[in-house]
Design a protein around this ligand. Structure first.
Ligand SMILES: Nc1ncnc2c1ncn2[C@@H]1O[C@H](COP(=O)(O)OP(=O)(O)OP(=O)(O)O)[C@@H](O)[C@H]1O
Ligand code: SF4
Ligand SMILES: [Mg+2]
Length: 332
């Protein structure tokens, strides 16, 4: 008998998060908004899964659920095969070390009153203590992210945005994680610095065997770092595929719209033939239309798209698409 395959590092099954919506006049709850709706995916050891979607589609909410900074109302999250969905903060503590988060805003995520060395040392495992060993470890981590060990004595305000994000990464690495959830880690940085930080993340992954969930709002950032990519629209995954397949042959109209918006020479031909799919704003989950939430912006929409939410259907080539009339399929 072949032994059972080990469980994935992370498994997210049918996760849903709702927030109360309050009336602005009286502050009373007037319903709920589904920020994340029935999302499922896995991450293997050492794998990078990119999650891409426009502002407000639920990326941060989902990221916070994964590291259990937020408890989802529905679904199950397992880490190393252990259900962590409802664990208490105390029971979560040792697991949290293994799943770190790097935040979008490097200016807000570091305590301005603490020296960088203290910030990083605070994330080291307890066994390292606070003496010479900790200082050496902090120095090593700073070097690992391309900074100088003597920078440990400085305060966050003395660093640029790119350097601060490197410090955020060093702090995440200090905990010796298996998984890092990176919530738009480069979107607040200059374009030239973005590439440096993305490259650094790639090098660290190779060296340390880390797994990443890499969140971005456009497909260009995650292209070269992701093994698989999920495209998210108003709370739901609409397409998930191995990265190469997704870029070469998108099946969902929204994915194609996002690709059209990526300014690279190789996509010129496709852009000129299908430019303009992504008209209008995504809106919010509050005013999403019935049926397929993308239908107001979709040139391929038909009657069924107004009445029926398309389920995410897996295809034999390893991708999954939620569309009644996927691109590249024979007319139906
Ligand atoms: N604490 C909260 N209370 C109420 N609504 C919230 C809360 N947090 C998020 N939302 C709503 O949930 C939806 C998803 O928000 P989220 O921040 O997860 O999106 P996002 O994809 O990360 O957006 P961005 O790209 O702007 O960071 C939005 O409509 C947002 O207004
Ligand atoms: S289900 Fe319909 S509206 Fe939604 S993406 Fe597919 S064709 Fe467009
Ligand atoms: Mg966000």
């Amino acid at each position: 008998m072949t032994p059972a395959a080990p469980p994935p590092l992370l498994s997210v099954e049918h996760v849903g998060v709702e927030f109360p919506v309050r009336s602005s006049v009286v502050g009373r709850s007037s319903g709920t908004v589904r920020a994340v709706d029935d999302v499922s995916f896995t991450v293997a050891d050492g794998e990078t899964v990119g999650i891409v979607g426009e502002s407000g589609c639920g990326k941060t909410t989902l990221s916070r659920c994964i590291v259990r900074l937020l408890k989802p109302q529905r679904g199950v999250i397992t880490f190393h095969g252990r259900d962590i969905t409802k664990l208490s903060d105390r029971a979560l503590r040792p697991i949290r070390r293994q799943m770190q988060m790097v935040f979008q805003n490097p200016y807000a995520s570091l305590n301005p009153h603490r020296r960088v060395g203290v910030i990083i040392a605070g994330a080291l495992p307890k066994r390292i203590g606070s003496g010479r060993e900790a200082d050496d470890r902090v120095a090593g981590l700073l070097e690992k992210v391309g900074l100088k060990p003597e920078m440990a004595d400085r305060f966050p305000a003395e660093f640029s945005g790119g350097q601060r994000q490197r410090i955020g990464i060093a702090r995440a690495l200090a905990a010796e994680p298996k998984l890092i959830v990176l919530d738009e880690p480069v979107s607040a940085l200059d374009v030239s610095v973005q590439a440096q930080v993305v490259n650094l993340l790639g090098e660290l992954q190779e060296e340390l065997g880390l797994a990443y969930v890499f969140v971005a709002h456009d497909l260009s950032v995650v292209r070269h770092v992701s093994d698989r990519i999920a495209v998210m629209y108003l709370g739901r995954f609409v397409e998930m595929a191995p990265a190469d397949l997704l870029y070469a042959d998108p099946r969902h109209w929204y994915t194609r719209g996002l690709l059209d918006a990526v300014p690279t020479p190789t996509l010129k031909a496709r852009r000129s033939s299908s430019r303009g799919i992504l008209k209008g704003e995504a809106g919010t989950v509050l005013d999403a239309p019935s049926g397929c939430a993308f239908r107001n912006r979709c040139p391929g929409a038909t009657e069924i798209c107004t009445t029926t939410v398309p389920p995410l259907v897996e295809e034999p080539d390893g991708r999954a698409v939620a569309c009644h009339h996927p691109l590249g399929a024979s007319a139906s």
